[in-house]
Write a protein that binds this ligand. Structure first.
Ligand SMILES: [Mg+2]
Length: 228
């Protein structure tokens, strides 16, 4: 290991991960919101799926992603008067949960290297818990901006709060996620070492421009930076 890498490695205590699009694909959440809920509503009201979908979608849009209710599934189940419970709905789409291929081995390697791993997600805790069930053992803490902080987006204030709770300086934290603003720009504002995950980008780009060393195409690249 180079001296520079050793120094960088030593300064880091916590490695934090986003969930949707980073550890797991978006498929499960999409199924729950855009298939399960309209389907249950169609059944309840004797509508076609298309009619129910249009209605449910327009109700989602009325609330919008800037209001906290948007993220609360129990709110929507109640609002639409659905008989199905959150647990039943989640179980119905359990087979849609897809943890990205490299995730488990990367989490294992980082743990063995001595890093403490946490989750910093925008999704509600119940969604996070259910989706990462099989890899939960790797994480010491799970932070949800919406459930724990009542914030609809991961702001720099959210990241500062995470650092305070973990009792670390932002410089001792690495965060990785697939949203340019909420996973990269905002944590960087307070000094967190953020990496932007762009899974569509090809890994073998030889020449990297300025700032591009913080853009990665899969989580294995974290091992190149902090382990190997
Ligand atoms: Mg994400």
């Amino acid at each position: 290991m180079s001296q520079k890498k050793q120094l960088r490695r030593k300064a880091i205590k916590i490695i934090s991960f986003d969930v949707d699009g980073t550890l797991v694909s978006q498929a499960f959440a999409d199924c729950v919101w855009l298939q399960g809920i309209p389907e249950a509503y169609a059944e309840e009201e004797g509508l076609s799926f298309e009619q129910a979908f249009e209605f449910v979608k327009s109700e989602y849009d009325k609330i919008g992603e800037n209001r906290i209710e948007w993220y609360k599934i129990d709110y929507w189940l109640r609002k639409f008067g659905l008989g199905i419970t959150r647990e039943e709905l989640f179980r119905k789409y359990e087979c849609e949960i897809k943890i990205y291929e490299e995730v488990e081995s990367v989490l294992k390697a980082l743990t063995e290297e001595g890093f403490e791993l946490v989750v910093s997600s925008n999704a509600a805790t119940e969604f996070v818990d259910f989706q990462i069930h099989s890899i939960k053992k790797f994480f010491s803490r799970i932070f949800s901006a919406t459930s724990d902080c009542g914030e609809v987006k991961k702001s720099n204030g959210f990241y500062a709060r995470v650092c305070r709770i973990l009792d670390v300086q932002p410089q001792e934290v690495v965060h990785t996620g697939d949203h340019w603003v909420f996973d990269f720009v905002n944590p960087r504002k307070i000094g967190i070492n953020a990496y932007y995950l762009d899974r569509k980008r090809s890994r073998s780009r030889e020449v990297k421009g300025e700032g591009e060393e913080f853009v990665i195409s899969d989580l294995n690249e974290l091992l190149d930076v902090f382990c190997r």
